[in-house]
Design a protein around this ligand. Sequence first.
Ligand code: PXG
Ligand code: PLP
Length: 473
Amino acid sequence: MEGSHAGGGDQATRHGHTGEGDFAGQFDVQFEGSANTLEAFWMPFTWNREFKRKPKVITGAKDMHYTTDDNRQVLDGTAGLWCVNAGHGRQRIVEAVQQQVARLDYAPAFQLSHPLAFQLANRLIGMAPGDGAFDHVFFANSGSEAVDSALKIALAYHRARGEGQRTRLIGRERGYHGVGFGGISVGGIVNNRRKFGQLLTGVDHLPHTHLPEHNRNTKGQPEHGAHLADELERICALHGPETIAAVIVEPLAGSTGVLVPPKGYLQRLREICDKHGILLIFDEVITGFGRLGTGFAADYFGVTPDLITVAKGITNGTVPMGAVFCRKGIYDAFMEEAEHGGGTIELFHGYTYSAHPLACAAALATLEVYKEDGLFEHAASLAPKWQEAVHSLADHPHVIDVRNLGLVAGIELAPREGAPGMRGYEVFTNAWEDGLLTRVTGDILALSPPLMVSEQQIDQMVEMTRKALDATP
Ligand code: PXG
Ligand code: PLP
């Protein structure tokens, strides 16, 4: 990395950009009459001013590696944004999407459909957790939309059954459920909420489960913290349990910086929800499709929720798609309500691109690849190796906590005095320049490689992470 990360004085020439972020010569296609600069694109969840001074641009990907615009190979330590579970550029998925776009590019999603939508729904129900507990799938185009869909289904489900007073939604501190108004209302990440007004009313939050004083550097699930689920009883006592529609949690919290559920915690949440007739929603946008070495986190923890939201790994990140798995009885309640009420459409909700043909083709091919390559089993078999490797970083002076489960690790750094998040950002940049993609949330590094990762690549990731930590003041 030549130690030039912080100042980055030679970046402009190295990337072939001018100081103004001019991209001349970098793209195959030049649009007539438009200046090809970096400015027009308002980048999501990005420090735009910094990026446009020193761009990080990806132009290709294959298997475990990205190619950058200056022709470097970067090891993908994060499966993109936790989505490319089978690795990049998988031939089977590429061909499935290519063939589908030529055969049927789009079919209206309302009152009409196409064969792959039904095939995929059946396929997903076949692999859903809980031994046949789930029987229907609703399609969306992202995790955020899947969450919005699940919250609306929960509310309307109770109403369909004559329990319309169940309007409250319970999330959790530090939870991430995407960026729709529903998702940020039940979410618990303050920066994602504070600028956006009043949000949904009637929402309450469980406490998060991070107890560093008890659980620091725990390998796998922490011993302490199951009692935090009992806070749901307190919330029930406060509002009246009969006013609560649903509780939504990430079984393993990813985006906030990897919080592994304490032993017994999810079981306890399930018991309390059952006791009070509250729906339990697992948001498995990150944990779904093999991240913990099982199909879903619900399988891993042996806890079956009522609704599951998924996205990301469902198409290996190739085409946007989200979905909601519904437990038996939920769909039926809508059908019965409409049957008795003489209505036609049973659920007034859906997206132009629900079950888009390209997404369905990508998802079906992706599920084949997961199965054929035994990727969930591969992830499970590597988890012990992964655990030992990432915990070897616990002795680094910047590191204050290491957390892991399946093929996920969170490495929490001590924040730099007066500049929270800067150390994390610089480690991310140093690793990137040295050839490793990491993900950083504040001062917490997250690693979550494609499930095809090898033992040798795990060692390489940990080595490069240590080098980036060493290079960062
Ligand atoms: N729920 C959960 C649990 C998620 O992790 C979403 C919903 C929203 O999905 P969409 O597809 O709308 O982005 C997510 C997404 C990160 C990071 O590392 C995490 C996510 C997305 C981008 C970055 O902080 N999670
Ligand atoms: N806004 C307008 C004006 C629309 O017509 C539509 C869909 O028809 C939407 C938003 C919603 O778009 P989507 O169905 O892709 O979520």
